[in-house]
Design a protein around this ligand. Structure first.
Ligand code: SF4
Ligand code: SF4
Length: 428
Protein backbone atom coordinates (compact mmCIF):
# COMPACT_ATOMS: atom_id res chain seq x y z
CA UNK A 1 0.00 0.00 0.00
CA UNK A 2 1.38 3.40 -0.93
CA UNK A 3 0.16 6.30 1.10
CA UNK A 4 -0.07 9.78 -0.30
CA UNK A 5 -0.94 13.10 1.26
CA UNK A 6 -3.06 14.59 -1.50
CA UNK A 7 -1.67 17.64 -3.34
CA UNK A 8 -3.81 20.75 -3.87
CA UNK A 9 -1.41 23.17 -5.63
CA UNK A 10 -4.10 25.54 -6.90
CA UNK A 11 -5.66 25.83 -3.47
CA UNK A 12 -2.22 26.47 -1.92
CA UNK A 13 -1.47 29.10 -4.56
CA UNK A 14 -4.70 30.87 -3.74
CA UNK A 15 -3.54 30.97 -0.11
CA UNK A 16 -0.25 32.64 -1.09
CA UNK A 17 1.88 29.68 -0.03
CA UNK A 18 5.37 28.70 -1.10
CA UNK A 19 3.91 25.89 -3.22
CA UNK A 20 7.13 24.29 -4.44
CA UNK A 21 8.61 24.00 -0.99
CA UNK A 22 5.36 22.89 0.59
CA UNK A 23 4.97 20.12 -1.96
CA UNK A 24 8.33 18.67 -0.88
CA UNK A 25 7.24 18.81 2.76
CA UNK A 26 4.03 17.00 1.77
CA UNK A 27 6.01 14.13 0.24
CA UNK A 28 8.23 13.86 3.32
CA UNK A 29 5.26 13.84 5.67
CA UNK A 30 3.58 11.15 3.56
CA UNK A 31 6.68 8.96 3.73
CA UNK A 32 7.03 9.45 7.48
CA UNK A 33 3.36 8.59 7.95
CA UNK A 34 3.57 5.44 5.89
CA UNK A 35 6.66 4.31 7.78
CA UNK A 36 5.33 5.16 11.22
CA UNK A 37 1.66 4.27 10.89
CA UNK A 38 0.95 1.97 7.99
CA UNK A 39 3.75 -0.41 8.93
CA UNK A 40 1.90 -1.29 12.15
CA UNK A 41 0.33 -4.74 12.36
CA UNK A 42 -3.24 -5.42 13.36
CA UNK A 43 -4.57 -1.86 13.32
CA UNK A 44 -8.31 -1.38 13.98
CA UNK A 45 -10.33 -0.99 10.75
CA UNK A 46 -11.84 2.26 12.08
CA UNK A 47 -8.40 3.90 11.85
CA UNK A 48 -9.11 4.26 8.09
CA UNK A 49 -11.01 7.49 8.83
CA UNK A 50 -8.02 8.98 10.64
CA UNK A 51 -5.62 7.85 7.87
CA UNK A 52 -7.87 9.74 5.48
CA UNK A 53 -7.80 12.83 7.70
CA UNK A 54 -4.02 12.79 7.25
CA UNK A 55 -4.27 12.14 3.49
CA UNK A 56 -6.58 15.19 3.26
CA UNK A 57 -4.78 17.33 5.81
CA UNK A 58 -3.55 19.82 3.21
CA UNK A 59 -6.67 19.91 1.07
CA UNK A 60 -9.98 18.35 2.14
CA UNK A 61 -10.08 19.97 5.55
CA UNK A 62 -8.75 23.27 4.16
CA UNK A 63 -11.61 23.33 1.65
CA UNK A 64 -14.04 22.94 4.55
CA UNK A 65 -12.42 25.91 6.30
CA UNK A 66 -12.59 28.04 3.16
CA UNK A 67 -16.27 27.14 2.68
CA UNK A 68 -16.96 28.23 6.27
CA UNK A 69 -15.14 31.51 5.66
CA UNK A 70 -17.17 32.10 2.51
CA UNK A 71 -20.28 31.89 4.71
CA UNK A 72 -18.78 34.51 7.04
CA UNK A 73 -17.92 32.01 9.76
CA UNK A 74 -14.60 32.81 11.51
CA UNK A 75 -11.64 30.40 11.46
CA UNK A 76 -9.32 30.84 14.42
CA UNK A 77 -5.85 29.37 14.81
CA UNK A 78 -4.87 28.19 18.29
CA UNK A 79 -1.79 26.89 20.11
CA UNK A 80 -2.99 25.97 23.54
CA UNK A 81 -5.75 24.09 25.32
CA UNK A 82 -6.64 27.35 27.10
CA UNK A 83 -8.73 28.42 24.12
CA UNK A 84 -12.43 28.47 25.12
CA UNK A 85 -13.41 26.61 21.94
CA UNK A 86 -17.07 26.60 22.94
CA UNK A 87 -17.30 30.35 22.29
CA UNK A 88 -15.92 29.96 18.77
CA UNK A 89 -18.24 27.05 18.03
CA UNK A 90 -21.24 28.94 19.43
CA UNK A 91 -20.53 31.78 16.98
CA UNK A 92 -20.53 29.29 14.08
CA UNK A 93 -16.74 29.44 13.85
CA UNK A 94 -13.99 26.84 13.67
CA UNK A 95 -10.87 26.39 15.80
CA UNK A 96 -7.79 24.81 14.29
CA UNK A 97 -4.71 23.86 16.24
CA UNK A 98 -1.68 25.17 14.36
CA UNK A 99 0.96 22.45 14.08
CA UNK A 100 4.22 23.05 15.83
CA UNK A 101 5.68 19.56 15.78
CA UNK A 102 8.01 19.58 12.80
CA UNK A 103 11.75 20.17 12.49
CA UNK A 104 11.24 21.32 8.87
CA UNK A 105 9.98 24.79 9.80
CA UNK A 106 12.46 25.46 12.64
CA UNK A 107 15.18 27.04 10.40
CA UNK A 108 12.57 29.52 9.07
CA UNK A 109 11.91 30.63 12.64
CA UNK A 110 15.57 30.79 13.59
CA UNK A 111 16.09 33.51 10.98
CA UNK A 112 14.12 35.75 13.36
CA UNK A 113 13.67 34.15 16.78
CA UNK A 114 16.46 33.10 19.18
CA UNK A 115 17.62 29.51 18.72
CA UNK A 116 17.41 28.60 22.39
CA UNK A 117 13.64 28.64 22.81
CA UNK A 118 11.11 25.81 22.72
CA UNK A 119 10.98 23.93 19.38
CA UNK A 120 7.17 24.00 19.39
CA UNK A 121 7.14 27.79 19.32
CA UNK A 122 9.86 27.90 16.66
CA UNK A 123 8.18 25.26 14.53
CA UNK A 124 4.80 27.02 14.60
CA UNK A 125 6.30 30.45 13.91
CA UNK A 126 8.39 28.99 11.07
CA UNK A 127 5.28 27.61 9.36
CA UNK A 128 3.94 31.16 9.04
CA UNK A 129 7.28 32.81 8.26
CA UNK A 130 7.97 30.28 5.46
CA UNK A 131 4.35 30.29 4.18
CA UNK A 132 4.32 26.50 4.43
CA UNK A 133 1.11 25.81 6.36
CA UNK A 134 -2.31 26.17 4.69
CA UNK A 135 -4.02 26.42 8.09
CA UNK A 136 -1.94 29.42 9.07
CA UNK A 137 -2.77 31.03 5.72
CA UNK A 138 -6.50 30.36 6.13
CA UNK A 139 -7.14 31.70 9.63
CA UNK A 140 -8.91 35.00 10.32
CA UNK A 141 -6.80 35.51 13.39
CA UNK A 142 -4.54 33.60 15.74
CA UNK A 143 -5.38 33.15 19.38
CA UNK A 144 -2.33 33.43 21.61
CA UNK A 145 -2.06 33.31 25.38
CA UNK A 146 0.41 34.26 28.08
CA UNK A 147 1.18 30.77 29.33
CA UNK A 148 4.94 30.92 28.81
CA UNK A 149 7.54 33.55 28.00
CA UNK A 150 8.51 32.04 24.65
CA UNK A 151 4.95 32.20 23.42
CA UNK A 152 3.90 35.54 24.82
CA UNK A 153 6.89 37.38 23.33
CA UNK A 154 6.56 35.52 20.02
CA UNK A 155 2.98 36.78 19.60
CA UNK A 156 4.32 40.33 19.29
CA UNK A 157 6.44 39.28 16.32
CA UNK A 158 3.81 36.95 14.83
CA UNK A 159 1.25 39.76 14.91
CA UNK A 160 3.19 41.48 12.12
CA UNK A 161 2.37 38.55 9.80
CA UNK A 162 -1.09 37.49 10.99
CA UNK A 163 -3.50 39.23 13.41
CA UNK A 164 -2.80 37.72 16.84
CA UNK A 165 -5.24 38.15 19.71
CA UNK A 166 -3.75 37.53 23.15
CA UNK A 167 -5.67 36.40 26.23
CA UNK A 168 -4.04 36.81 29.59
CA UNK A 169 -3.86 33.48 31.39
CA UNK A 170 -3.21 33.96 35.10
CA UNK A 171 -0.29 32.08 36.63
CA UNK A 172 -2.02 31.30 39.94
CA UNK A 173 -5.49 30.05 40.82
CA UNK A 174 -6.57 32.36 43.65
CA UNK A 175 -10.09 33.87 43.51
CA UNK A 176 -8.73 37.16 42.07
CA UNK A 177 -6.91 35.20 39.34
CA UNK A 178 -10.07 33.31 38.44
CA UNK A 179 -11.97 36.63 38.32
CA UNK A 180 -9.36 37.93 35.84
CA UNK A 181 -9.71 34.79 33.70
CA UNK A 182 -13.50 35.16 33.72
CA UNK A 183 -13.09 38.74 32.44
CA UNK A 184 -10.74 37.45 29.74
CA UNK A 185 -13.30 34.83 28.67
CA UNK A 186 -15.92 37.59 28.34
CA UNK A 187 -13.54 39.77 26.31
CA UNK A 188 -12.76 36.83 24.03
CA UNK A 189 -16.48 36.30 23.46
CA UNK A 190 -16.80 39.97 22.42
CA UNK A 191 -13.85 39.58 20.02
CA UNK A 192 -15.29 36.43 18.43
CA UNK A 193 -18.71 38.09 18.09
CA UNK A 194 -17.11 41.07 16.37
CA UNK A 195 -15.27 38.87 13.82
CA UNK A 196 -18.31 36.62 13.28
CA UNK A 197 -20.67 39.60 13.00
CA UNK A 198 -23.19 37.91 15.28
CA UNK A 199 -24.18 37.86 18.93
CA UNK A 200 -23.88 34.50 20.65
CA UNK A 201 -27.20 33.49 22.21
CA UNK A 202 -27.62 31.38 25.34
CA UNK A 203 -28.89 28.48 23.25
CA UNK A 204 -25.87 28.75 20.89
CA UNK A 205 -23.49 28.50 23.83
CA UNK A 206 -25.43 25.70 25.55
CA UNK A 207 -25.28 23.70 22.29
CA UNK A 208 -21.54 24.35 21.90
CA UNK A 209 -20.82 23.28 25.49
CA UNK A 210 -22.74 20.04 24.94
CA UNK A 211 -20.97 19.42 21.61
CA UNK A 212 -17.51 19.91 23.09
CA UNK A 213 -18.38 17.83 26.16
CA UNK A 214 -19.46 15.01 23.85
CA UNK A 215 -16.14 15.23 22.05
CA UNK A 216 -14.30 15.06 25.37
CA UNK A 217 -16.46 12.13 26.50
CA UNK A 218 -15.53 10.22 23.33
CA UNK A 219 -11.83 10.87 23.97
CA UNK A 220 -12.24 9.82 27.61
CA UNK A 221 -13.90 6.61 26.41
CA UNK A 222 -11.00 5.90 24.05
CA UNK A 223 -8.51 6.58 26.82
CA UNK A 224 -10.21 4.14 29.22
CA UNK A 225 -10.15 1.46 26.50
CA UNK A 226 -6.41 2.05 26.07
CA UNK A 227 -6.09 1.36 29.81
CA UNK A 228 -7.42 -2.15 29.34
CA UNK A 229 -4.94 -4.96 29.81
CA UNK A 230 -4.06 -6.14 27.21
CA UNK A 231 -4.26 -2.91 25.23
CA UNK A 232 -6.44 -3.08 22.07
CA UNK A 233 -4.75 -0.24 20.12
CA UNK A 234 -1.26 1.17 19.76
CA UNK A 235 -0.11 4.34 21.50
CA UNK A 236 0.86 5.75 18.12
CA UNK A 237 -2.75 5.47 16.95
CA UNK A 238 -3.99 6.91 20.26
CA UNK A 239 -1.67 9.91 19.89
CA UNK A 240 -2.66 10.43 16.26
CA UNK A 241 -6.33 10.71 17.22
CA UNK A 242 -5.46 13.18 19.98
CA UNK A 243 -3.54 15.24 17.40
CA UNK A 244 -6.36 15.14 14.83
CA UNK A 245 -8.77 16.29 17.58
CA UNK A 246 -7.24 19.75 17.17
CA UNK A 247 -8.25 20.29 13.56
CA UNK A 248 -11.17 18.01 12.69
CA UNK A 249 -14.82 19.03 12.69
CA UNK A 250 -15.95 18.19 16.26
CA UNK A 251 -19.27 16.42 15.61
CA UNK A 252 -17.89 14.16 12.87
CA UNK A 253 -14.75 13.51 14.91
CA UNK A 254 -16.83 12.48 17.96
CA UNK A 255 -18.82 10.01 15.85
CA UNK A 256 -15.65 8.48 14.39
CA UNK A 257 -13.94 8.16 17.77
CA UNK A 258 -17.06 6.44 19.14
CA UNK A 259 -17.11 4.05 16.14
CA UNK A 260 -13.49 3.19 16.86
CA UNK A 261 -14.35 2.64 20.54
CA UNK A 262 -17.14 0.22 19.55
CA UNK A 263 -14.57 -1.75 17.56
CA UNK A 264 -12.08 -1.69 20.44
CA UNK A 265 -14.72 -3.00 22.83
CA UNK A 266 -15.19 -5.93 20.43
CA UNK A 267 -11.44 -6.51 20.42
CA UNK A 268 -11.35 -6.50 24.22
CA UNK A 269 -14.12 -9.13 24.34
CA UNK A 270 -12.04 -11.53 22.26
CA UNK A 271 -8.73 -10.64 23.95
CA UNK A 272 -7.10 -9.06 20.89
CA UNK A 273 -3.94 -7.19 21.86
CA UNK A 274 -1.60 -4.63 20.30
CA UNK A 275 1.23 -5.39 19.86
CA UNK A 276 1.14 -8.52 22.12
CA UNK A 277 -0.69 -9.66 25.27
CA UNK A 278 2.35 -9.19 27.49
CA UNK A 279 3.71 -5.95 26.03
CA UNK A 280 5.36 -3.60 28.50
CA UNK A 281 3.04 -0.67 29.19
CA UNK A 282 4.32 2.90 29.32
CA UNK A 283 2.63 6.14 30.29
CA UNK A 284 3.88 9.45 28.89
CA UNK A 285 3.65 12.67 30.92
CA UNK A 286 4.73 16.19 30.01
CA UNK A 287 4.75 18.68 27.18
CA UNK A 288 2.41 18.37 24.19
CA UNK A 289 3.43 16.35 21.12
CA UNK A 290 2.07 18.43 18.26
CA UNK A 291 1.53 16.85 14.84
CA UNK A 292 3.78 15.32 13.38
CA UNK A 293 5.88 14.75 16.51
CA UNK A 294 5.79 10.95 16.90
CA UNK A 295 9.42 10.64 18.02
CA UNK A 296 9.05 9.10 21.50
CA UNK A 297 6.10 6.89 20.52
CA UNK A 298 8.15 5.56 17.61
CA UNK A 299 11.06 4.69 19.87
CA UNK A 300 9.01 3.13 22.68
CA UNK A 301 6.73 1.10 20.41
CA UNK A 302 9.60 0.28 18.06
CA UNK A 303 11.13 -1.50 21.07
CA UNK A 304 8.02 -3.71 21.45
CA UNK A 305 6.25 -1.81 24.27
CA UNK A 306 2.89 -0.03 24.12
CA UNK A 307 2.02 3.50 25.26
CA UNK A 308 -1.27 3.47 27.13
CA UNK A 309 -1.77 7.11 28.17
CA UNK A 310 -0.54 10.64 27.47
CA UNK A 311 -0.72 13.01 30.45
CA UNK A 312 -0.28 15.99 28.15
CA UNK A 313 -2.23 18.74 26.40
CA UNK A 314 -2.30 16.47 23.35
CA UNK A 315 -3.73 13.87 25.68
CA UNK A 316 -5.72 13.86 28.90
CA UNK A 317 -5.22 17.54 29.77
CA UNK A 318 -7.38 18.35 26.73
CA UNK A 319 -10.31 16.12 27.60
CA UNK A 320 -10.26 15.06 31.26
CA UNK A 321 -12.57 17.88 32.49
CA UNK A 322 -16.14 18.56 31.34
CA UNK A 323 -18.18 21.75 31.57
CA UNK A 324 -21.23 21.89 33.83
CA UNK A 325 -24.23 21.52 31.49
CA UNK A 326 -26.85 22.21 34.15
CA UNK A 327 -26.63 26.03 34.02
CA UNK A 328 -28.48 28.13 31.46
CA UNK A 329 -27.93 31.90 31.70
CA UNK A 330 -25.06 33.48 29.74
CA UNK A 331 -23.19 34.57 32.87
CA UNK A 332 -23.57 31.15 34.50
CA UNK A 333 -22.31 29.40 31.36
CA UNK A 334 -19.31 31.73 31.09
CA UNK A 335 -18.56 31.04 34.77
CA UNK A 336 -18.86 27.29 34.10
CA UNK A 337 -16.43 27.67 31.19
CA UNK A 338 -13.99 29.52 33.43
CA UNK A 339 -14.32 26.82 36.08
CA UNK A 340 -13.55 24.03 33.63
CA UNK A 341 -10.56 25.78 32.10
CA UNK A 342 -9.13 26.51 35.55
CA UNK A 343 -8.87 22.74 36.10
CA UNK A 344 -6.15 22.50 33.42
CA UNK A 345 -2.95 21.71 35.28
CA UNK A 346 -0.35 23.22 32.94
CA UNK A 347 3.08 23.76 34.46
CA UNK A 348 2.73 27.51 33.82
CA UNK A 349 0.78 27.62 37.12
CA UNK A 350 2.30 27.93 40.54
CA UNK A 351 1.80 26.01 42.68
CA UNK A 352 0.68 23.12 40.49
CA UNK A 353 0.15 20.33 43.01
CA UNK A 354 -2.91 19.07 41.14
CA UNK A 355 -0.65 17.83 38.36
CA UNK A 356 1.42 15.69 40.73
CA UNK A 357 -1.73 13.90 41.87
CA UNK A 358 -2.98 13.62 38.30
CA UNK A 359 0.20 11.92 37.08
CA UNK A 360 -0.03 9.34 39.87
CA UNK A 361 -3.76 8.83 39.23
CA UNK A 362 -3.27 8.31 35.48
CA UNK A 363 -0.41 5.92 36.15
CA UNK A 364 -2.69 3.79 38.35
CA UNK A 365 -5.70 4.05 35.97
CA UNK A 366 -3.66 3.10 32.92
CA UNK A 367 -2.04 0.03 34.54
CA UNK A 368 1.29 1.21 33.17
CA UNK A 369 4.59 -0.30 34.26
CA UNK A 370 6.42 3.03 34.26
CA UNK A 371 6.28 6.72 33.42
CA UNK A 372 8.34 8.55 30.83
CA UNK A 373 8.21 12.27 31.57
CA UNK A 374 8.92 14.18 28.37
CA UNK A 375 9.82 17.83 28.10
CA UNK A 376 10.60 19.85 25.05
CA UNK A 377 14.01 21.48 25.15
CA UNK A 378 14.04 24.96 26.69
CA UNK A 379 10.55 24.60 28.16
CA UNK A 380 11.49 25.99 31.55
CA UNK A 381 8.24 25.33 33.38
CA UNK A 382 7.98 21.63 32.43
CA UNK A 383 11.71 21.11 32.80
CA UNK A 384 11.70 22.50 36.34
CA UNK A 385 8.42 20.83 37.30
CA UNK A 386 10.18 17.58 36.35
CA UNK A 387 11.83 17.67 39.79
CA UNK A 388 8.49 17.50 41.58
CA UNK A 389 7.06 14.88 39.20
CA UNK A 390 10.13 12.70 39.79
CA UNK A 391 9.79 13.10 43.58
CA UNK A 392 6.06 12.22 43.41
CA UNK A 393 6.80 9.09 41.35
CA UNK A 394 9.65 8.05 43.67
CA UNK A 395 7.40 8.48 46.69
CA UNK A 396 4.79 6.19 45.10
CA UNK A 397 7.39 3.66 43.91
CA UNK A 398 6.60 4.38 40.24
CA UNK A 399 9.42 3.53 37.80
CA UNK A 400 10.35 6.82 36.17
CA UNK A 401 12.47 8.22 33.39
CA UNK A 402 12.92 11.79 32.16
CA UNK A 403 13.60 12.79 28.55
CA UNK A 404 14.33 16.28 27.29
CA UNK A 405 14.39 16.48 23.52
CA UNK A 406 13.62 18.56 20.45
CA UNK A 407 12.48 17.63 16.93
CA UNK A 408 15.85 16.95 15.38
CA UNK A 409 16.91 13.33 14.71
CA UNK A 410 20.32 13.88 16.34
CA UNK A 411 19.54 12.32 19.72
CA UNK A 412 17.59 9.30 18.41
CA UNK A 413 20.41 6.77 18.93
CA UNK A 414 21.04 7.92 22.47
CA UNK A 415 17.31 8.00 23.31
CA UNK A 416 16.82 4.53 21.88
CA UNK A 417 19.51 3.13 24.18
CA UNK A 418 18.05 4.87 27.23
CA UNK A 419 14.47 3.82 26.42
CA UNK A 420 15.42 0.19 25.82
CA UNK A 421 17.29 0.10 29.15
CA UNK A 422 14.23 1.57 30.91
CA UNK A 423 11.87 -0.94 29.29
CA UNK A 424 14.18 -3.79 30.33
CA UNK A 425 14.05 -2.54 33.90
CA UNK A 426 10.22 -2.29 34.11
CA UNK A 427 9.30 -5.42 32.12
CA UNK A 428 6.92 -7.83 34.00
S1 SF4 B 1 1.44 22.86 28.02
FE1 SF4 B 1 0.45 24.69 28.89
S2 SF4 B 1 0.95 26.27 27.45
FE2 SF4 B 1 1.31 24.33 26.39
S3 SF4 B 1 -0.61 23.84 25.33
FE3 SF4 B 1 -0.69 22.93 27.33
S4 SF4 B 1 -1.76 24.42 28.64
FE4 SF4 B 1 -1.04 25.48 26.82
S1 SF4 C 1 6.20 23.38 25.66
FE1 SF4 C 1 6.74 24.87 27.25
S2 SF4 C 1 8.03 26.43 26.27
FE2 SF4 C 1 7.00 25.23 24.65
S3 SF4 C 1 5.17 26.43 24.19
FE3 SF4 C 1 4.58 24.90 25.74
S4 SF4 C 1 4.85 25.92 27.73
FE4 SF4 C 1 5.93 27.16 26.16
Amino acid sequence: MTFEIKPYPELWQSLDMDVERFDKARLMLGEAYEKTYLSQQNRPGAMAYFDNMIAEIHGGRIKELMAAKAEGRPVIGTFCVYIPEEIVLAAGGICVGLCGGSQGSVPDAEKTLPRNICPMVKSAFGFKAGRICPYFQAVDFVYGETTCDAKKKTWEILDKMVPTYVMEIPQCKNPRDIALWNEEVKAFKAKVEEVAGKTISESDLAWAIKTMNNKRRALQRLNSLRHHKPCPISGKDGLLIEQIAFYDEPIRFTEKVNELCDELEGRIKVGEAVPTKNATRVMIAGTPMALPNWKIHNLVEGAGAVIVNEESCIGTRYFKDLIDESVSTMNEMLAALTDRYKEIDCSCFTPNNERLNQVVKEFRDSQAHGVINYSLQFCHTYNIEEIRIREACEKEGIPYMFIESDYSPEDIGQLQTRIEAFLEQIRD
